[in-house]
Design a protein around this ligand. Structure first.
Ligand code: PLP
Length: 461
């Protein structure tokens, strides 16, 4: 048995992999092969047998400056020599203070409250918003509204504001479901309608909903500019400006979930900056540590914080996670922020983004591609295909091309680490096109002519 096969076998016996029907990994003719990774560097993941895969989705959108970055590694090693971890209740330390100060300066929001994963940031923001209203004597404002196709994590509270049926269905009886308003997804434009027009239309729907329900609503939660899990649905920043106005008018919090789009992914350090607004709560995770360690944070306004500041313990925000503000994770985040400054990353990204767009031109022009779109370092293409398992097949063909790509439903996308160079971009663009073509060739073999179907997110696995 090869080294790869041995790890594969042991993993399938001992590890329950996330977001996966384990049976699809069955070794005999696996519909979806499990890839053992021995090491990673830059944009590359290496297995045990000399194969490598270009990580074109930044390992589920977390990696920014490439794997095993020497500066982040050095910061972590340095931190390990002094303080591994200490509880944050009643204690503090330099990494958490410095990180909170810097995030505050970058966003104009302070009072950094830490969790470990994106979903825990969502939980924190929701609880904080509802508790804020309770402390303000308006305890009836405890419901939430999200955007169609929204994704905010999969714990029970976060799942209640996540509108992805496949993820939610089995657990629906456990949830206190949030309301859903139409998405500003620019693909929904009527003939002649602009993305701003769609945004305006969706904002009107949000306004109508709030006019009726604001009295019982704590917050609106939105993924600004790109609804990633919905299949890289992009919208005009106008939607965020309108949402801000509506939240102010109706006295409802605006929670922005930048867990996926924060830290430069959309071209600006934070996506909401393109709308010139500020949320009441900002949720960050994924890229926060450059893709090295789990850490999430919720930043909020002084007004929110003030509603908790009191002599009564019960009016404080009583929420905690054991590893809150872990010094190692905070040091990785500080090193990541340093890299933004030292490498002029946003300007580099603008150049990389334009170069990649040119490299992807043949893919964007493919006759079966619809809605080729881009926002910063996120690129997406909807594929007209009748294959119900398009995503899985395409991912398999991508692996054969040495690429980690993981389409969502019928949407192929790339979200590579920012350090991808010109030659790697060329490999990515050619490989993605080849994988797409190979998948469509299979469709012909499987019997063409059926109407293209549109699958849910399960095909993301
Ligand atoms: C990934 C993601 C989350 C959840 O983060 P986890 O770390 O996976 O719990 C929440 N919101 C958005 C927009 C995400 O992309």
């Amino acid at each position: 048995m090869s080294v790869n096969d041995d790890w594969r076998r042991r993993s399938l016996a001992a590890v329950w992999h996330p977001c996966t029907q384990m049976k699809l990994h069955e070794p005999q003719g696996a519909a979806l092969p499990l890839i053992p990774v021995a090491r990673a560097e830059g944009v590359w993941l290496h297995d045990h047998e000399g194969n490598r895969y270009l990580d074109a989705i930044s390992s589920w959108w977390v990696n920014l400056f490439g794997h095993n970055h020497p500066a982040i590694r050095a910061a972590l090693i340095d931190q390990l020599h002094t303080l591994d971890h200490v509880m944050l209740a009643g204690f503090t330390h330099a990494p958490v203070v410095e990180l909170s100060e810097r995030l505050g300066a970058l966003t104009g929001l302070g009072h950094a409250f830490y969790g470990s994963d994106g979903a825990s940031a969502t939980e924190i923001a929701l609880k904080m918003s509802a508790h804020h209203w309770r402390n303000a004597g308006r305890g009836g404002k405890n419901r939430f509204v999200g955007v169609a196709g929204g994704y905010h994590g999969e714990t029970v509270g976060a799942l209640a504001v996540t509108d992805i049926p496949l993820f939610r269905e089995a657990y629906a009886p456990l949830l206190r479901l949030a309301a859903t308003v139409p998405s500003p997804d620019a693909r929904q434009a009527a003939p002649g309608e602009t993305p701003a027009g769609v945004a305006e239309r969706a904002a009107t729907a949000l306004g109508d909903w709030l006019a009726e329900h604001a009295h019982e609503t704590a917050a609106v939660i939105i993924e600004p500019l790109i609804q990633c899990a919905a299949g890289m649905a992009m919208h005009d920043p106008l939607y965020l400006r309108r949402a801000r106005e509506l939240c102010d008018r109706h006295q409802v919090h605006l929670v922005l979930d930048e867990i996926a789009v924060g830290f430069g992914r959309t071209g600006t350090l934070f996506a909401h900056q393109q709308a010139g607004i500020r949320p009441d709560f900002l949720c960050l995770s994924k890229g926060l540590t450059g893709g090295t360690l789990p850490l999430s944070v919720v930043l909020s306004t002084d007004a929110v914080f003030a509603a908790f500041y009191d002599d009564a313990v019960a009016r404080g925000f009583l929420h905690s996670h054991s590893y809150t503000g872990n010094p190692l994770a905070c040091r990785a985040a500080l090193a990541t922020l340093d890299l933004f400054e030292q490498t002029d990353a946003l300007r580099q990204n603008a150049a990389s983004s334009a170069r990649l767009a040119a490299q992807f031109a043949p893919l964007s022009a493919h006759p079966r591609v619809r809605h080729a779109r881009q926002c910063g370092m996120v690129f997406a293409w909807d594929v007209a295909s009748s294959l119900p398992d398009f995503a899985r097949r395409c991912a398999r063909h991508a692996l054969a091309q040495g690429l980690l790509l993981r389409p969502i439903g019928h949407t192929l996308y790339a979200m590579p680490p920012y350090v991808i160079d010109e030659a790697e971009g060329e490999l990515l663009a050619r490989g993605a096109l080849a994988a797409l073509q190979a998948t469509l060739d299979e469709e012909v073999a499987a019997g063409a002519g059926r109407e293209p179907t549109h699958q849910g997110v399960m095909d993301a696995v």
